[in-house]
Design a protein around this ligand. Structure first.
Ligand SMILES: *Cc1c(COP(=O)(O)O)cnc(C)c1O
Length: 244
């Protein structure tokens, strides 16, 4: 695709990535880790391939999309060599077949039924699909994910599923008026992560704790996140076109 050098968005993306990388590095070292311990995902929903490719040119090697259809439409125009892709939005069971094997990780596994469906299609394809378990960290009525109180039991249940590999946990934090409430939620996520990790079940690898977005990735890292998912802080505000 033709790149117009006059488009100021290219320079913005480059500058934003630089600033975010610096902040990630500072939060990582404040939490006693190296910047390399933190995976930095560019969330690319609603963003045109030409801008996504620019972020990739600037060193992004992990992208996330919410919707299967949008990813499949954009993927042929993306320079995905050496770039991982995670699905991070709610996945309907009737879309599972289209994405199994195409996503390096499906982060948004929010029911045992969905895990079973993923396993079924992964098995047919002869692969094991890496997944994260989504937690509804603020127990919000409107959000997807397991309740924090039930998640340990459900992770163990999903761990029994044949062709999926549980790689960790993810959450979308609720909007909190007070930073201290947000920190409590992230700390609770970290405690659940460590608890499950300590159980050392065969098919459960608590390697990835995916939390923190544009507004709260530094807090998330300070509480133990090792994957942050950042969209608007890289690409600017999203413009939603009519989807129907
Ligand atoms: C959109 C989205 C993000 C990124 O949100 P920003 O606030 O733009 O950084 C991260 N995670 C999920 C699950 C999302 O849907």
């Amino acid at each position: 695709m033709e790149r117009l050098s006059t488009d100021p968005k290219f320079a913005d993306i480059e500058e934003n990535l630089k600033v975010i990388r610096e902040r990630i590095a500072a939060a990582a070292s404040e939490s006693g880790r190296s910047p390399d311990d933190i995976s930095f995902m560019a969330v690319t929903k609603t963003i045109q391939p030409v801008y996504i490719n620019h972020a990739i040119d600037c060193g992004i090697n992990l992208i996330g999309e919410n919707r299967v259809q949008e990813y499949l439409e954009k993927a042929p125009d993306l320079n995905l060599d050496g770039v991982s892709f995670h699905l991070i939005g709610h996945l309907q069971t009737n879309k599972v077949k289209k994405i199994v094997g195409k996503a390096d990780v499906i982060e948004s596994v929010d029911s045992v039924n969905l895990a079973n469906e993923i396993s079924k299609h992964a098995k047919n394809a002869g692969i094991t699909q890496d997944i994260l378990i989504e937690i509804n960290a603020g127990s919000e009525y409107s959000k997807f994910g397991f309740d924090p109180g039930e998640v340990k039991e459900k992770v163990l249940e999903i761990g029994e599923t044949e062709a999926v590999r549980v790689k960790g946990l993810m959450c979308v934090a609720p909007i909190c008026d007070k930073k201290s409430d947000l920190i409590k939620i992230f700390q609770n996520m970290y405690n659940i992560f460590i608890d499950i990790k300590a159980k050392k079940s065969d098919n459960i690898f608590m390697d990835i704790l995916s939390m923190g977005m544009s507004g709260d990735y530094e807090e998330a890292i300070l509480c133990g996140a090792n994957l942050v998912r950042v969209g608007s802080a890289i690409f600017g505000p999203r413009i939603y076109r009519d989807r129907h």
